[in-house]
Design a protein around this ligand. Structure first.
Ligand SMILES: Nc1ncnc2c1ncn2[C@@H]1O[C@H](COP(=O)(O)OP(=O)(O)OP(=O)(O)O)[C@@H](O)[C@H]1O
Ligand SMILES: [Mg+2]
Length: 297
């Protein structure tokens, strides 16, 4: 329990939470709006009975799981099972999609991410995202990394901040002599590491990565995987991947989603969530076993 009791945005005692739960409706009432005004917890996200709809179709079934600090959590499963939807729910990236509706609760360090008092800019600052296709801005390498700090008014020590982000993204040595050159001149793998540097330049708490290596060759993929092993000591990482070997190599825990075809709709459903080794060597659900042995999906 937080030392701040129930005064933080979205934080409530369980019984109050149960009473206030309004499916899909934000819950009113909050005091302090800062997301960092609380001591670190080992559990970064508590996802409770979350379901996502786009209009009349349900993309994600009722999902409950915890995401742990300084771990890599992988999300795997066949195409269309809601992996990206799930990931985007963790930093409110779905909010801009018309007809998006989320039920249930996503608690980030005890704060209800979807409470009206939760500041979305603050959410994005603390929970960064890297996409499948490297998407550097058509600016210099330096300006890409400096972009978010400048926008947030973090101008003091900007050169050091840019260097630190590039070092932590394992790119510094390759670009230190051409910081003023266009980012578009970098290779795909370098561009993806630049996007990681851009995301970590404002020192977020969590990095969400949606298939960050699927557009890269095996060498660039290996460098992204290696990077994840180091980044997790500093951040909490959640990665969507189609590559099961990659999940096995980088993730501490793995969530397997699949499409539940039993009803009238095809709904993405969490089938199994376990330490990665367990999930790949001793899965408890036959659907997981079929998927990881290639007989499914
Ligand atoms: N912006 C959107 N508007 C409407 N429906 C969407 C939207 N994005 C995703 N969906 C639907 O939600 C379901 C889950 O999609 P999602 O992209 O989350 O799956 P995924 O597991 O990431 O798939 P992939 O492996 O192909 O990336 C799909 O049926 C998809 O058509
Ligand atoms: Mg996806």
């Amino acid at each position: 329990m937080s030392a701040h009791g129930g005064e933080l945005a979205g934080e409530r005692a369980p019984e109050v939470a149960a009473r206030l739960r309004l499916h899909g409706q934000p819950v009113a009432g909050a005091g302090d709006r800062r997301l960092d005004a609380e001591p670190a917890r080992e559990t970064v996200f508590e996802i409770r009975d979350v379901a996502v709809h786009y209009g009349s179709s349900q993309a994600l079934g009722w999902t409950t799981l915890d995401i742990h600090r300084h771990e890599v959590t992988a999300v795997i499963g066949p195409s269309g099972c809601g992996k990206s939807t799930f990931l985007r729910s963790l930093n409110r990236m779905n909010d801009t999609i018309p007809n998006f509706r989320l039920e249930g609760e996503v608690l980030y360090r005890g704060h209800d991410l979807y409470a009206p008092a939760t500041n979305r800019v603050e959410v994005r600052r603390r929970i960064g995202m890297v996409f499948q296709k490297p998407n550097p801005f058509p600016k210099s390498i330096y300006d890409n990394v400096a972009w978010a700090p400048r926008n947030l008014g973090m101008r003091a020590g900007l050169d050091e901040r840019v260097e630190r982000a590039l070092r932590h993204a394992a790119l510094w040595d390759e670009v230190k002599d051409r910081l003023k050159q266009s980012a578009l001149g970098l290779s795909g793998g370098q561009q993806q590491r630049l996007c990681i540097a851009r995301a970590i330049a404002i020192e977020p708490d969590v990095l969400l990565l949606d298939e960050p290596a699927s557009a890269l060759d095996p060498i660039a993929t290996a460098s992204i995987e290696e990077l994840m092993h180091t980044l997790k000591h500093r951040y909490t990482l959640v990665i969507v991947t189609h590559n099961m070997q990659q999940a096995a190599r980088v993730a501490d825990r793995t969530a397997f989603f699949a499409l539940d075809l039993s009803g009238s709709q095809r709904v993405g459903t969490l089938i199994e969530y376990a330490p990665t080794r367990t999930l790949f060597t001793n899965p408890s659900d036959p659907r997981t076993r079929d998927y990881i042995t290639g007989q499914f999906g």
